[in-house]
Design a protein around this ligand. Structure first.
Ligand SMILES: *Cc1c(COP(=O)(O)O)cnc(C)c1O
Length: 358
């Protein structure tokens, strides 16, 4: 067995071991073609079959109805911060952005460069989501954008905000497929793959066909959602290996029993970790309000920089890695995405308790 550590990194993040082992086994001679998937043309039958199969598996896992299409594109979630308004925000239209962390801020900043994008709500600090009843939504907005899980601050929505009838757009980069979710209620959902779905270099979008039909055409083809829709995400050379790994992750999710089963495991993981931290308020400070605590990114601080350094050093000694908080906020962040098992979380809980007891 290969040596594996407990990886709590925020992204690129842990991948399910069976998905990696399958890739290892299939790497050199894929589907008895005498070639690696890395070497196959994206226009060839073998690749195309796998590509279509991946789209079908994504659809089944998400329980996505026919009203929506799935797009696979490159460029990362950050590119979607630009392409969403390019496609969906026309002259004379307004897009509303609900912000509760760094990623939402970035999405809004990009949209402002391209059209009339407005801040519709923001909490006083990034320790909770913006309260729904205090949102100032524009009547007839082109769309309302929000971030389901703010990866850096560890703040997550546990409900779908009320968009007052406008199409809802969600950046789900760090909690997609972590539990059942009403994708059909969202006009557009997008996620960079490198947190919960696979490797970096790929973005998955679920898009309402009616919304796409109204999308703008006066933008370059490569950025146009309809280009990717019409070509079934094979307009140009897609990152084929990333799609292949995404397929392996889908197979693993199916083996786990789908998103309902995965959601139950994730719930147990977050409960266990927050419980361990809550037991020792003298040692750990949890900035995020309970109702908005993230299931995916558990953020906490120790009382001084010295204690934090000792905590991280002891973590490293126990092969618990990737726990340092984002450089912009400091502290500790444990990302417990789908591929981080209950055993890894149990080891982290053990460290949390041992360290507090001295
Ligand atoms: C990681 C992340 C992004 C940025 O993803 P890139 O693929 O690096 O562009 C955007 N939004 C959220 C919520 C993220 O977690």
């Amino acid at each position: 067995m290969a040596h594996r550590v407990h990886n709590f990194g925020a992204g690129p993040a842990a991948l399910p071991l069976p998905a990696l082992l399958r890739a290892q086994e299939e790497l050199v001679d894929w589907s008895e073609t005498g070639m690696s998937v890395l070497e196959h043309s994206h226009r060839g039958k073998v690749y195309e079959a796998m590509h279509r199969d991946t789209l079908l598996r994504l659809r089944a896992l998400a329980q996505l109805p026919d009203t929506h299409d799935i797009l696979l594109v490159q460029g990362g979630a950050s590119m979607q911060f630009a392409t969403v308004p390019m496609n969906l925000l026309g002259p004379g239209e307004v897009a509303d952005y609900v912000v509760h962390g760094t990623w939402g801020e970035k999405a809004l900043a990009e949209a402002k460069l391209l059209g009339d994008a407005r801040l519709a709500g923001k909490p006083p600090s990034y320790t909770k989501t913006a309260p729904d009843d205090a949102l100032s939504l524009t009547p007839g907005a082109a769309y309302v954008h929000y971030t389901t899980n703010e990866t850096i601050h560890g703040v997550q929505y546990h409900h779908v905000p009320d968009a007052n009838g406008a199409p809802l757009v969600a950046d789900m980069s760090s909690d997609i497929f972590s539990r059942p979710f009403d994708y059909a209620r969202h006009a557009l959902t997008y996620a960079g793959a490198q947190k919960n779905l696979g490797p970096s270099g790929l973005v998955v979008l679920f898009v309402d066909k009616a919304l796409l039909a109204r999308g703008r055409d006066d933008i370059p083809a490569i950025f146009r959602f309809r280009t990717h829709q019409k070509s079934e995400s094979l307009y140009n050379t897609i990152p084929t290996f990333a799609v292949y790994l995404l397929r392996n992750v889908c197979l693993w999710l199916e083996e786990q029993g789908g998103l309902a089963a995965v959601g139950e495991v994730n719930d147990r993981k977050q409960r266990a970790l927050y419980a361990a931290l809550d037991e020792h308020p003298d040692t750990y400070e949890l900035p995020v309000e309970r109702a908005a605590r993230s299931w995916m990114n558990v953020v906490f601080r120790l009382h001084d920089a010295d204690a934090e350094a000792r905590f991280l050093a002891e973590a490293a000694r126990r092969e618990l890695v990737g726990l340092k908080g984002h450089r912009s906020v400091g502290g500790v962040r444990a990302s417990i995405y789908n591929a981080v098992g209950e055993e890894s979380v149990a080891r982290l809980c053990e460290l949390v308790r041992d360290f507090a007891r001295g």
